[in-house]
Design a protein around this ligand. Structure first.
Ligand code: ADP
Length: 582
């Protein structure tokens, strides 16, 4: 296009140059004709013809014509008579007769085909009028014009060729860069946002490449942001202790966490994208979510689900989900498991009822006896004595009960326990000795210690560990016949101290073994009361063991005896200040 345009422009210029050359050529002849006529106006006819002959040369054809334009006075000698035209047929003669000057063949085409001429009328000194006709050979200007045309054509060809070569090179370069950029764009479309447009391209390609690179940077940033968000959400959902489901406006599950999938008993991947009713059997949850979509406001409800092997209680909170235009686009449900709370509430109720009952029994007994004593002033001293003894027993029972309740309350509330190295051996021996001292060998079962002669240290609270070991040995004595034995074994293995309190007493029926650590549980209530039991001793022991990172187990055979096994981590001597508080 550039070459063609240039060429066309060149041709126009040529045309213009040709006109200029022709016009200069015309002016040249006119000037010369005028110069001749002025120079020769003084001459007589004969001298005039001589002057004309002198000035003549091969290229110039001069004709002198009479003033009326009827005949030649002089003609170019070299012109053959056959090519001579009669005066009246010469172009420009009649025009010069009319206006003083006449022209012929002054066009480009004319100049190419025939000789242009100027005919000028002039008057000589003696008053005679003549016409001087000057004709020029146009070959010189024709060759000039042709040379210009040839140059323009050549230039056109060369520039067309150059334009084609440069155009081709430019095309190849742009095409190559475009190809590279296309590959980068294809990589993006395939999800590879690490691809980048190379540097060092042409300005337009650089702009496009930079735009692509910027786009990829932004997309990569957004992808990492989404990944981060996704991970955060995964961690939050995974760490949630409540179940969660989100649905879209059509009721299809878009999000579900593992707790919810566990509660409802299906896999997360099975549920995603499916309608609520396809995966969830429980009408409460479906209805609550669909109602939330319908009423477009948060709802809450409590319901029970029959989950094998037991029934569980839940509280659900729902909330509508809105999109960026604040239109409701789905709903969310969070399901909180209330089962444990309900169990705790029930245990607390039972505990309060048990405590009231346990307190009421001795108080009622004391009150009854006191009233009898008050009413019966003449009571025999020995009966009065027996009644007072009963009041003392019941007061002891009350006191023990209150002490155990206080111990439990302390254990429940204490969030910091003093930890110091405690010698288990010493605790066991002290308890055995103190119990052996207060009673004669015939009034209770025998107490024995089996274990190392050196101290066995654990980290813990002295008072609490004494109470735990003491309760177990006391129980051994309480539930073993007078001729029985209570053997306490202490051993250390793999960093764990084990205390076995083994008796050959009444034993515990197998069906109650799982319940003896419950508060106020007693196998035989009457017997336990009779021997001063509160039903809280083992609950306290278990609490203390767990608090000291240990454990307690029981083995028993009814009528043969019971063994309690307490395990506690031993203290290895490296006592750091951090372990002073739990
Ligand atoms: P209590 O004050 O009644 O002894 P505990 O909590 O210490 O309460 O014990 C709970 C129940 O476990 C007792 O009532 C008793 O039935 C049973 N029990 C505890 N220790 C023994 C044991 N060494 N031999 C037989 N039964 C035991």
């Amino acid at each position: 296009m550039i070459a063609l345009g240039g060429w066309f422009f060149g041709l126009l210029l040529c045309e213009r140059f040709s006109q200029d050359i022709l016009s200069n050529f015309q002016i040249g002849i006119v000037e010369q004709t005028k110069a001749y006529t002025q120079g020769w106006s003084d001459l007589e006819e004969a001298a005039l013809i001589t002057a004309i002959e002198k000035s003549n040369n091969n290229d110039q054809h001069i004709e002198l014509i009479t003033g009326d334009g009827t005949r030649f006075l002089y003609r170019h000698p070299k012109r053959s008579s056959t090519t001579l035209s009669p005066v009246d047929s010469l172009e420009g003669v009649s025009e010069s007769l009319r206006s003083g000057i006449g022209y012929s063949n002054f066009t480009v085409q004319g100049a190419k085909s025939s000789h242009p001429s100027v005919t000028l009328a002039f008057e000589s000194k003696n008053g005679t009028n003549y016409l001087l006709r000057l004709e020029r050979d146009p070959r010189i200007i024709i060759s000039q014009i042709n040379a210009i045309f040839d140059s323009v054509i050549m230039l056109g060809l060369i520039s067309a060729l150059l334009a084609m070569v440069m155009g081709h090179l430019l095309y190849r370069r742009i095409n190559r860069q475009f190809h590279v950029l296309t590959q980068v764009a294809v990589a993006y479309s395939e999800g590879n946002f690490s691809a980048r447009a190379p540097k060092g391209m042409d300005s337009e390609s650089i702009l496009l490449g930079e735009a692509l690179n910027k786009l990829a940077d932004e997309i990569q940033d957004q992808i990492s942001e989404i990944h981060l968000e996704h991970n955060r959400m995964r961690v939050i959902l995974g760490g949630m202790r409540d179940g969660l489901i989100a649905i879209d406006e059509l009721g299809k599950i878009v999000l579900i966490n593992s707790v919810m999938s566990r509660i409802l008993g299906f896999e997360i991947r099975e549920a995603r994208g499916r309608h609520l009713s396809e995966v969830i059997q429980d009408p409460e949850i479906i209805e609550l979510l669909l109602n939330t979509l319908r009423v477009q406001r948060p709802l809450e409800a409590e319901f029970d689900l029959n989950l094998e092997p037991s029934k569980k209680s839940f509280k659900a909170y729902t909330s509508p989900l809105t999109d960026y235009e604040q239109d409701v686009s789905g709903a969310l449900i969070v399901v909180h498991d209330l089962t444990q709370t309900r169990q705790l509430e029930s245990m607390r109720r039972d505990f309060v009822a048990n405590v009231s009952h346990e307190l009421k029994t001795p108080i009622t007994a004391i009150r009854g006896i006191a009233e009898t004593l008050y009413d019966d002033e003449g009571m025999k001293p020995e009966i009065r004595q027996r009644f007072l003894g009963k009041i003392t027993d019941q007061s002891h029972r009350l006191s023990t009960l209150v002490s155990d309740l206080l111990a439990l309350a302390r254990l429940d509330e204490k969030d910091s326990t003093t930890t110091e190295p405690i010698d288990l051996r010493e605790i066991i021996l002290e308890r055995i000795n103190s119990l052996s001292k207060v009673s004669s060998p015939d009034s209770q079962a025998s107490l024995h210690y089996h274990g190392p002669e050196h101290p066995v240290f654990v980290l813990g609270d002295d008072e609490e560990l004494r109470q735990a070991i003491g309760n177990l040995i006391d129980n051994g004595l309480k539930y073993t016949q007078l001729d029985g034995n209570i053997n306490t074994h202490l051993s250390v293995e793999d960093g764990t101290a084990t205390v076995l309190v083994k008796d050959d007493g009444v034993g515990i029926p197998e069906e109650f073994l799982g319940r003896i650590f419950e508060r106020f549980f007693r196998v035989d209530k009457a017997r336990s009361r009779e021997i001063g039991g509160t039903g809280l001793g083992l609950a306290i022991v278990k609490h203390i063991c767990l608090k000291h990172m240990g454990s307690i187990e029981v083995e028993s055979q009814e009528g043969k005896g019971t063994t309690f096994r307490v395990k506690l981590p031993i203290f290895n001597g490296k006592f750091s200040s951090e372990s002073h508080t739990e």
